[in-house]
Design a binder for this molecule. Structure first.
Ligand code: SAH
Length: 403
């Protein structure tokens, strides 16, 4: 029972965001706080005259001072609360058909659980506690997850820099159950992938690209594919499964490429159809032009180039550069799959960057499809920040059509 909850008073006329059910309260909107203020503890959020509006998690070191747990000011944030929210998130996933035993079960704010990510890889849950409130309730959340889901292990991958903004240090390791195998085996659309949940990026695998892998696969019959920023071969394998004649995978990470090659082997693809090259994409795309190489399909799925507003211009130039170089290597009639996972890169700007790249590459094209994150990474209407992955599938046209 929460008896004496601390209270946070908003400045006058600063409750707009709350009225729109946006779950963040920035430090600039806070008039004062009263009571015992423990990092991550539950606080009652009031308007300037003291009327309670919502309850959230208090994070004194973060610019996002409160993340709202519930817009009902009477809500109690206890085991029953987490059980309800987690049940709802899981029930939503159970309505989806990912053709995989790996999926995101909880996507933080978009599932009403700010700062909490839970990904399922077969029988293992991998969690990230990215904000003070989620961290504060970690033990309870892990307990409820074990009660609701049949799983062998709950593992933590909160070794990410965003935790610094919350005054939290990195944290990773086993939280419950048995120590997971070194590599987990998942399946997706008839392919097997080995996932390294300890050393891998994010929680181990790019679950957000699932639908885009499937779409690439459906376009790949007979194609010679260049997979840039290949990581463990997600797109590359999907292309081979769809009948690509060969895939060249570029990445700077040797361990990622080793796992990619092993993934190709595990699925029975001949080594000469799946080439891995440890190289910088920016340099390789130029080098390949000088060698007069060309491809039917090129995938560009770079890491996040933009972390904050200051990096927007530099990031935009980097996106333009790889798209320009890739379009030069693409055969007329070929397909470019170009992504950005930077939340700050808006779709219209990204489209313009690709259009500018095409002009410079002296070609044009049609948008075959606009691409986004898989539905287990939902974007809630009151939290548009949940949208981060965007992409375009572009068909390059022959030059000289006059339009
Ligand atoms: N497409 C992948 C995910 C890509 S993540 C998938 O769907 O699974 C980004 C990858 O880019 C990482 O594997 C990282 O090692 C690699 N990378 C980052 N900078 C690079 C560069 N300049 N050249 C080549 N690879 C790079």
């Amino acid at each position: 029972m929460q008896i004496l909850m601390s209270r946070l008073y908003l400045k006058k006329s600063r409750e707009d965001a709350l009225n729109r059910r946006h779950p963040w309260i920035f430090s600039g909107a806070v008039e004062r706080v009263e009571g015992q203020l423990q990092t991550g503890a539950t606080i009652s959020v009031c308007n300037t005259s003291g009327t309670a509006l919502a309850v959230g998690a208090y994070s004194p070191e973060s610019q996002i001072r409160v993340r709202i747990w519930d817009f009902d000011p009477q809500a109690v944030i206890d085991k029953a609360f987490f059980t309800r929210r987690l049940q709802a998130a899981i029930a939503a996933r159970n309505k989806q058909k990912p053709n995989s035993n790996a999926r995101r079960l909880v996507y933080a704010e978009a599932d009403g659980l700010p700062g909490l990510v839970v990904d399922r890889y077969a029988d293992v849950l991998v969690c990230q506690f990215l904000a003070a409130g989620a961290e504060y309730h970690k033990a309870l959340i892990v307990e409820v997850l074990q009660e609701l889901l049949d799983c062998e292990s709950v593992y933590e991958r909160s070794d990410v820099s965003v935790r610094e903004k919350e005054g939290l240090s990195p944290s990773a390791g086993l939280l419950a159950g048995r120590e997971p195998d070194e590599l987990l085996r998942i399946h997706e659309n008839g392919l097997h992938y080995l996932v390294d949940i300890r050393q891998g990026h994010k929680t181990g695998f790019y679950l957000d690209q699932r639908d885009n892998r499937a779409f690439l696969s459906s376009c790949s019959q007979g194609a010679e594919v260049l997979n840039c920023f290949a990581y463990t071969g997600g797109f590359g394998l999907a292309a081979l499964a769809g009948g690509a004649s060969s895939v060249t995978n570029l990445d700077t990470s040797a361990p990622a490429l080793q796992l990619a090659a092993r993934n190709a082997q595990e699925n029975g693809f001949a080594a000469d159809r799946f080439v891995t090259i440890e190289a910088d994409v920016f340099a390789s795309l130029r080098q390949m032009q000088s060698e007069n190489r060309s491809f039917d399909i090129i995938v560009l799925d770079p890491p996040k180039f933009i972390d904050n507003k200051k990096q927007l211009d530099r990031g935009a130039r980097a996106y333009k550069d790889i798209n320009l170089q890739a379009l030069k290597l693409l055969r007329p009639g070929g397909l470019l799959f170009s992504f950005s996972c930077s939340g700050l890169m808006q779709v219209p700007l990204f489209q313009k960057i690709i259009a500018d790249a095409a002009l410079d590459a002296k070609c044009t094209g049609h948008i075959v499809r606009q691409l986004g994150q898989a539905e287990d990474h939902p974007i809630s209407l009151n939290f548009p920040e949940a949208a981060y992955l965007k992409g375009f599938c572009i068909r390059k046209r022959e030059a000289g059509h006059g339009y």
